[in-house]
Ligand binder design. Structure first.
Ligand code: ADP
Ligand code: MG
Length: 314
């Protein structure tokens, strides 16, 4: 398999805290790969190691087929990177900033003259390139960050929380930009704590929590794995522990949660088993006042995944 990013047993410690624990990551070329996890999961730490800003304590890291070392400018030139919440000097104009970065990437004057206006157009900043960055909105700064990450025609684009702090309209724009990058044949690796963002742009997803990868697969499989069954919510006339117990013994029930008069029943199936549930509750003395089929969002599923005990790690 042709991999744009590969880590084996990647581990990073900040004194006592192990932020990344034995992470195995595989990002295929030409995929849009989401790195999904809550705050503090270890996403930024991993990304900084990939782009050579931090050094791993253990493990192997390969980017575009080469082992990442402290001094690997030839690989870094093929990697575009947007840091989390990029902050640029407010006294520069958008165009000037891209010019400075372009020089750092070793682009000739001719290349910069051709590419910078094109990128400004791509990210929707055409016409605003002469304005001071200090006058840009958050969304515009983020889009400037994306333009910066696309300088020099990178094969791999790494975006750390590309839609953090954006309003919904800008988020849609940023998502479309990422889709555009993939169409141009680039590999996109983006971190996010937002399921719906990942769901809308990624072909592959790695879920990380407390430095450990919980799952890594195609979006479809991750979704399938996580969204296995339906959820039924039952309202009882009064709390009834026996009803919850009898539901737990049903073969198609994976979990029952009781909160006062409300029972949330997670199923292993998508079949409509409400009649069975009703019978089990009534049989154990419970009185049903309402019952409803609740869809399961990826968010529920994610919470369920991260609340599972994690074995192993390193
Ligand atoms: N420079 C640092 N020094 C000490 N701890 C850090 C440092 N950077 C991050 N951490 C800690 O490492 C963990 C992972 O952080 P981070 O990689 O930023 O996660 P994420 O990007 O997923 O939110 C967190 O517990 C965070 O507090
Ligand atoms: Mg982060």
């Amino acid at each position: 398999m042709d991999l744009a990013v590969e880590t084996v047993g990647l581990t990073k410690r900040y004194s006592q805290l192990t932020a990344v624990k034995g992470l195995n990551l595989e990002v295929r070329r030409n995929s849009v790969h989401g790195f999904l996890g809550p705050n503090g999961a270890g996403k930024t730490t991993t990304i900084k190691i990939l782009v050579g800003l931090l050094r791993a304590d253990e493990g192997v890291v390969r980017v575009l087929g080469r082992e990442v070392r402290w001094d690997a400018p030839e690989t870094r030139l093929k990697v575009g990177y947007m840091p989390e919440l990029p902050r640029f000097p407010r006294h520069l104009k958008g165009r000037e900033l891209l010019d400075i970065y372009g020089r750092m990437y070793g682009m000739s004057e001719q290349q910069r003259r051709e590419e910078i206006p094109r990128l400004l157009e791509v990210v929707g900043l055409k016409g605003r390139e002469g304005d001071l960055i200090g006058k840009y909105s958050k969304g515009m700064q983020q889009r400037l960050g994306i333009a910066q990450a696309l300088l020099g025609d990178p094969e791999l684009v790494i975006l750390d929380e590309p839609s953090l702090g954006l309003d919904p309209v800008s988020m849609v724009e940023v998502r479309n930009l990422m889709k555009g990058m993939a169409k141009e044949g680039r590999t996109v690796f983006l971190s996010s704590h937002l399921l719906f963002e990942v769901e809308q742009v990624c072909s592959h997803v790695t879920v990380i929590h407390r430095g450990v990868a919980l799952a890594s697969d195609t979006l479809q499989n991750i979704r399938g794995m996580l969204m296995g069954g339906g959820v039924v919510e039952v309202e009882l006339a009064e709390p009834c522990e026996a009803a919850a117990e009898s539901l737990r013994s049903l073969p198609f029930v994976s979990r029952v949660e009781q909160s006062g008069r409300i029972l949330t029943v997670e199923l292993k199936t998508r079949d409509d088993v409400r009649a069975h549930i009703s019978r089990a509750i009534t049989g154990s003395g419970g009185v049903i006042v309402a019952m409803g089929w609740k869809g399961r969002t990826l968010e529920d599923v994610f919470l369920q995944l991260v609340s599972k005990p994690v074995e192993g790690g390193a």
